[in-house]
Design a protein around this ligand. Sequence first.
Ligand code: TRP
Ligand code: SF4
Length: 331
Amino acid sequence: MTKKRILSGMRPTGKLHLGHLVGALSNWTSLQDEYDCFFMVADWHALMSEYENPGNIKENILDNVIDWLACGVDPNKSNIFIQSQIPEHLELYFILSLITPLGLLERCPTYKEQLREVLNRDLSTYAFLGYPVLQAADILLYKADTVPVGEDQLPHLELARQIVRKFNNLYKTDCLLEPKALLTKTNRLLGLDGRKMSKSYNNYIALSEEPQVIRKKVQSMITDPKRIRITDSGHPHKCNVCCYYMVFFPNMEKEVYERCSKSKIGCTECKKELADKLVSLLAPIQEKRQELLKDKKYIQEILFKGNSGASELAKKTIAQVKGILKVWYEL
Ligand code: TRP
Ligand code: SF4
């Protein structure tokens, strides 16, 4: 039986952090055996918001791919590739934009939210409005039936499905495939300060963070505000430190709750233990990272192989789509 196909992507806008590990990477690695996986560095998507200052995108691409590999994305099982290396993404992006109603894009909740909330960049551009159309192209180009994403991406997936239906209806074809979202089940990990984890808030622990920085960052986390003295009993469910324990070390649930609510442990000590555990959790990833950093040639080979695998499928889909639209193409 042929495996179902997965496509997912990440924007190379900075260092990967614990949020990426629980939100995407641990999921990606666990899907590799069951599915035919395509994992993409979405560098065009990064440029849609970083176009004024593209400076670090190239470094980020390599750095992120190294993190993927260090976390267990296996190039022998999955295709790892770079969006901008496959020109068919932009071709399909344009073709889909021919039939995408403007209103759907303008009403997209993520679009409205970003325009409202991102104040340090000008996102009122033509390309940025089309962000979900490019994302649809990413998925449809590979006829992926499953797309592992976080909840925030669901509107984009719905848009992709609407575009597929319109395309297939309009041209009486079944060329494009309606993708399904595979929701990442893990609890959402908040930033160290309790706000959304984000590069711009600088409230994250990078996967490549030095142990002493991890310890310092964890000590800076805000705990149950009602717990002032060590003898006060704490409310672990109101403490972000406890959330981190639950996400990364769920079998400690009872212990963490008990020692906090019965004031058997102080917050400094509780955080110290969390930091130690996170340092150990990241140690093997960081070790692998160091090895990979020394072998740029190996990374290049992986990307070459991934790009070739992606290119083969992308070319086929584009030939079909162009055929349907009666545009000139060569087989
Ligand atoms: N928009 C996604 C994000 O910000 C990244 C992405 C680009 C993506 N293309 C994709 C995710 C295709 C899934 C499928 O996280
Ligand atoms: Fe949070 Fe731990 Fe302090 Fe309880 S003891 S409030 S869980 S840091």
